[in-house]
Design a binder for this molecule. Structure first.
Ligand code: HEM
Ligand code: HEM
Length: 182
């Protein structure tokens, strides 16, 4: 039972739900992020970045630029509020290998590589806050994809890039296994 159709912003049922699902939880492909319970400020900020073409990784260009192009500031705010208000995304799959190594990275960082603890920004339970996205319950393949985009500089962000740059592929997979399982 999702929300009544009348409460769903028009752009959600005309467009977003095709890929992200009506509540933002059941996304069509593993590369499409969950949006349910995501931080409202973060959602609006990403939509503005797609619209301004400053988030320019390949999947952003293909899938989100055409969508965001047509959105007014008012629509961005209402859609962000709508998805943020849905029951928070949570794990839908069985545990993957790497969870305990990933948990350690998330909570403590990797001192030897100069990687800070992720929880310092994303919060101890990975719920995020403000511009720092929620990661708990996000899709595994999406997390790995974003970390590698940030690692390679295909997604540009001065705060997150220096962190992702220092992670190996294996460490990205471990931390994604932990986070997607929350
Ligand atoms: C990413 C919102 C429509 C596919 C995102 C993100 C937001 C968003 C906020 C970033 C999430 C994050 O960083 O965690 C919306 C809204 C839509 C919409 C509000 C409708 C107005 C669509 C449609 C598709 C789609 C129709 C598929 C054709 C994707 C994909 C990504 C994404 C693949 C990941 C992009 C990347 O890897 O950089 N969307 N979306 N979205 N969305 Fe949408
Ligand atoms: C974004 C993971 C540490 C600040 C992200 C995203 C992931 C991620 C997967 C993309 C989320 C999405 O697209 O929905 C991690 C991991 C960390 C870590 C695994 C530890 C190894 C940090 C730290 C900070 C930080 C320490 C603050 C200093 C941010 C910010 C964004 C972000 C601001 C949004 C970037 C943007 O707007 O494009 N993080 N993070 N993260 N992270 Fe982290």
């Amino acid at each position: 039972a999702g929300p009544a159709l009348a409460q769903v912003p028009q752009s959600v049922h005309q467009s977003c739900m095709i890929c992200h699902g009506q509540t933002g939880e059941n996304t069509i492909y593993p590369m499409v992020p969950r949006l349910s319970g995501q931080q409202v400020q973060y959602l609006a900020w990403q939509l503005k970045q797609f619209k301004a073409h400053t988030r320019a990784d390949q999947n952003a260009q293909i899938y989100m630029w055409p969508v965001a192009q047509a959105m007014s500031q008012k629509e961005i705010q209402s859609v962000a509020k709508y998805y943020a208000a849905q029951s928070p995304m949570h794990s839908a799959s069985s545990p993957r290998p790497g969870v305990s190594a990933g948990k350690q990275i998330f909570l403590q960082g990797i001192a030897a590589q100069g990687v800070p603890a992720c929880m310092a920004c994303h919060a101890v339970n990975a719920t995020g806050r403000g511009i720092f996205p929620r990661l708990a319950g996000q899709r595994y393949a999406y997390i790995v994809q974003q970390l590698s985009y940030l690692h390679d500089g295909n997604r540009v962000n001065p705060i997150m890039q220096p962190v992702a740059e220092k992670l190996t592929n294996r460490q990205m997979q471990d931390v994604a296994a932990y986070l997607s399982g929350l």
